[in-house]
Design a protein around this ligand. Sequence first.
Ligand SMILES: [Zn+2]
Length: 318
Amino acid sequence: MSEHYCIAGDIGGTNIRVSLVDAEYQIVSKLKEPTGTEPLSVLFRLIDSISLNVPGGRQACGIGLAVAGIVDTAAGVVLRSPNIPVLSGVHLQGAIAKRYGTCTLIENDANAAAFGEKIAGAGRDFGSFVLLTLGTGIGGGIVLNNRLLHVAAEIGHTTVNAAGPQCGCGSLGCLESYSSATAIIGGAISAMEKGTASILKESYNGNFYKLTAEDIYKAALEGDPLARLVLREAGKALGIGIANMINLMSPEAVILTGGLVGAWKIYIEAAIAEASKRSFAELFSKVRIVPSSLGDDAGSIGMAALTFEKGEGCRHNG
Ligand SMILES: [Zn+2]
């Protein structure tokens, strides 16, 4: 029964994950390697390993890949991947289909994560929701009336301050420039460079350029005023982005995932407070703002679900 397994991959700026997933959306086997400078070689090696060495791998009915970037799902092309530039313009679906001769599809990583949460995670009970990935950057995915919207959903690149700083995408004042881990770390470092006092200054023997968002959250919990300020400001901007989504599509839920969800007590709580001020009370009162339940596996599970769906069409097309 070939349709009982599929291979799902998640190609991020830091790591590439490839999993074998069964029809109950359980991850049977999982491999991970740093993305490096030759992501396609890494990807092929991981897929080879899963398909040849893991029981069930040879019977996989298809391969689904989630990619960090703007993806043309219908054409199977990665249009632009800011964190993995060598993939920009690559016909990834074609390359995989040619090598493995199997049903293949690609999708944006946050979209895949949203569908994963819908199928088997925190989104199961919601017909319509927005998922935000809060990490180095900010990604988004939208489920509407139980279906994944195959749109860009780049909520991290919607404007929260018209006069804000230049973003890597070319625009100004993007949500990502205020609320990502990169923004939080950058905010703390630049304040310390200007002389603001903080216990963070003693981190890493004074080399505070090595700070992580987790270090900043820990300092904030210890009461450090700078750490608290930086996280609250980032959270407020996130709240503006969330309020925009609530007013735009009145979702039943906003699901939050990624490393920054660990900073719930200050950062996310500031976001919720701000979103409540900026969205229609009638809409805000109905929305649930919750953490994801699948974490890093959401993208793979979502890709597996999409691949199983597409598998039917592939067989009919020969
Ligand atoms: Zn941007």
